[in-house]
Design a protein around this ligand. Structure first.
Ligand SMILES: NC(=O)c1ccc[n+]([C@@H]2O[C@H](COP(=O)([O-])OP(=O)(O)OC[C@H]3O[C@@H](n4cnc5c(N)ncnc54)[C@H](OP(=O)(O)O)[C@@H]3O)[C@@H](O)[C@H]2O)c1
Length: 342
């Protein structure tokens, strides 16, 4: 299987290239600068991998570049700014598409603007194929399936402050000024705020204080869970770090998160589902190395789209893959998951 990796010269892109090679697939490195792509191929241990140049204003060339690949993984963020040309080219080439965006507005736009074009081209597009977007969406689906009538879903990213890449810092800055969304009564609207109860997180000694945050799950979960309301939150201390970013401080963040920091960090997604009868169902997924896991998720997602198949259109993770089977697959990369009821 040939996988076109757009933005392969970046930190996440090069992890996706390495993971594709590890799986025995053929990565094709695509981006705006051939020199940087060649260097990335060497650093990813794939010096003979094909590199192809196509800038974001060259959609025709990009479409040609994608045409003899089986699928596209887009790692060029901030996606709110740069995401559109790559998905347009993937759809024009008739190729499945996933991206590594954590930007809620971009993910929402993918559903609103590209669903019918993807259906016409008979391809699947799955934005937000990351360590928060996919585990959060899948565990919420499984937790909700245990509740007869779902009233509220809270999706919470409970990771402690830790290593982020410059690309992530730039993306968080790119969405800092935009409204975060909540889902209520059948539609998305700006999150009205309000308090969250501190939440007990598995493996963490103190209850976590939460702040509303524009998580991908808020725009993906309502596509497969019939909830009245879906909100997203992250740890208050992490929210403060993101909201405190400036252009200057984002550019000071190192490009690459060192391997030790990746191994030491733990990502943790928790879904809490409250039924109409007040009973609660919970699920959580956790593991080390969020960036490495993002590469594992993106590569396995395009593998399943291309080889197992999925409906055409813009899809939430739980619409694109079998939730429990995919979470089980991630255990080989160190993930653990669990469901429980009150
Ligand atoms: N959990 C999550 O939400 C999660 C996890 C992992 C990654 N991500 C996201 O993935 C994205 C990449 O992160 P990263 O750390 O890998 O960033 P990075 O190292 O800065 O890489 C960015 C990539 O995008 C390319 N790019 C940027 N602007 C471009 C433009 N105008 N035209 C063409 N290519 C352009 C860069 O190409 P050049 O080398 O030519 O500059 C580079 O290949 C970020 O948005 C990040 O938030 C999210």
């Amino acid at each position: 299987m040939r996988i076109a990796v757009y933005g392969a010269s970046g930190f996440t892109g090069s992890l996706v290239v390495s993971e594709a090679r590890r799986r025995g697939f053929e990565p094709v490195l695509v981006g705006r600068n051939l020199g940087r792509l060649r260097k990335a191929a060497e650093e990813a241990g794939a010096p003979n991998a094909e590199v192809r140049a196509a800038g974001l204003d060259e959609i025709r060339e990009m479409t040609e570049v994608f045409a003899d690949c089986d699928a596209v993984v887009n790692c060029a963020g901030p996606f709110t700014r740069w995401g559109e040309p790559v998905v347009r080219a993937a759809i024009a080439a008739g190729r499945h598409y996933v991206d590594t965006s954590g930007e809620q507005r971009h993910i929402h736009r993918m559903f609103e603007q590209f669903d019918s074009a993807a259906k016409q081209s008979a391809v699947a597009i799955v934005p937000g194929a990351t360590d928060d977007g996919v585990p959060g969406d899948l565990i919420a689906h499984l937790a909700a399936a245990r509740v007869p009538i779902v009233r509220d879903v809270l999706i919470a990213d409970l990771r402690l402050p830790g290593g982020v890449s410059r690309g992530t810092a730039r993306s968080m800055l790119a969405v800092a000024g935009s409204d975060r969304l909540e889902y209520a009564d059948g539609d998305w609207r700006p999150d009205g705020g309000g308090e969250f109860e501190p939440i007990e997180a598995p493996g963490q000694t103190q209850p976590a204080s939460l702040c509303a945050f524009g998580l991908p799950g808020v725009v993906t979960i309502p596509r497969h869970v019939a909830a009245e309301r879906v909100r997203g939150a992250i740890r208050a201390e992490v929210a403060i770090l993101f909201t405190g970013l400036t252009e200057a401080s984002a550019e000071m963040v190192p490009e690459v998160v060192p391997m030790q920091a990746r191994r030491d960090g733990r990502w943790l997604m928790l879904a809490e589902v409250t039924g109409a009868d007040g009973r609660r169902s919970r699920g959580w997924v956790t593991g080390p190395d969020g960036y490495g896991l993002t590469a594992v998720i993106a590569v396995e997602a395009v593998h399943r789209l291309a080889e197992v198949g999925a409906p055409a259109g813009a899809l939430a993770p739980a619409q694109a893959v079998d939730p429990a089977d995919f979470l089980d697959f991630l255990t080989a990369a160190g993930a653990r998951w669990q469901l429980s009821e009150d």
